[in-house]
Write a protein that binds this ligand. Structure first.
Ligand code: CA
Length: 272
């Protein structure tokens, strides 16, 4: 019994129920096992999400591009196709965050799903608290990517990160990049605009949209240069080097654009 207990009794909100947020995110569940769908629906609705369900790869792929969900929960084992292919098909049309739910827990399965375009991966059985937390993270990233904004009044397309004495600020809506250095005793510091070529900006914007997450070379190349360039790792190295010259205090000791050896890159969000 690898799946979460499909008992409605467990589908209680984790926090006190208050007024629902003005925009209730729409979740598309693509999962063939009806009891799991029912469990997910009850859990999500109790936590102020709206839910649509699909039981097959075909239906899920169609709904993903028709109903504009805010997030997709995707099972990998579907009766009429593999979830990896569903992910690839959706990615051709949409950047909606995809969180994979699967009983396959091998690292290679996770890597394959992330390379196919999924944003996150949860291994069954999973806890409700973790599921909800992953959904919140995926939604935050998609809002940063220019998706729907919440109603908190915050400018969701603005990325700022301060490490040591330097602040990197990227305004995705205005396409502006600034760095601000604060010397000792000097506040607020001197800000200057960073000029980037269109390709440098495209790379930085993609990293910003997934800040804090490790992105493989293949994921970055596919999104920034296109699917035919997924093995051109040298492009990426050159451009990462250029970005570091412009963004880092010491390009040889990068603090913002971190190399994940043998894997890819991560834009620090200040968390680590
Ligand atoms: Ca299944």
């Amino acid at each position: 019994m690898n799946d979460p207990t499909p008992s409605p009794a467990r589908a209680q909100p984790l926090q006190a129920v208050g007024a629902p947020p003005a925009h209730m995110p729409l979740v598309l569940i693509i999962e063939d096992e009806e009891p799991i769908r029912r469990f997910l629906r009850a859990t999500l609705e109790a936590n102020h999400y709206r839910v649509k369900e699909a039981g097959t790869a075909r239906e899920g792929t169609l709904l993903a591009v028709m109903i504009y969900p805010d997030i997709i929960l995707l099972d990998l084992g579907l009766p009429d196709g593999d979830g990896l292919n569903v992910t690839r098909a959706i990615r051709k049309e949409s950047r909606t965050p995809i969180v994979v739910l699967s009983a396959r827990g091998q690292e290679s399965d996770k890597v394959a799903a992330l390379d196919a375009g999924a944003d996150d991966y949860l291994t069954k059985p999973f806890g409700v608290g973790e599921l909800l937390a992953r959904l919140r993270v995926a939604l935050r990233h998609s809002i940063g990517a220019g998706g729907r904004r919440d109603d908190s009044g915050q400018n969701a397309s603005l990325f700022t990160c301060t490490i040591d004495r330097r602040t990197l600020r990227v305004d995705l809506a205005a396409r502006l990049v600034h760095v601000t250095d604060v010397a000792e005793g000097q506040d607020p510091g001197v800000s200057r605009e960073v000029r980037l070529t269109p390709m440098e900006y495209k790379l930085l914007a993609f990293l910003v949209r997934h800040s804090g997450k490790v992105l493989t070379h293949q994921m970055i190349l596919k999104e920034v240069w296109g699917p035919q360039h997924t093995s051109d790792v040298q492009y990426l190295r050159v451009y990462a080097g250029e970005l570091r010259k412009r963004l880092e205090v010491d390009p040889a000791q990068p603090r913002f654009l971190i190399t994940e050896p043998g894997v890819g890159y991560r834009l620090s969000d200040g968390g680590t």
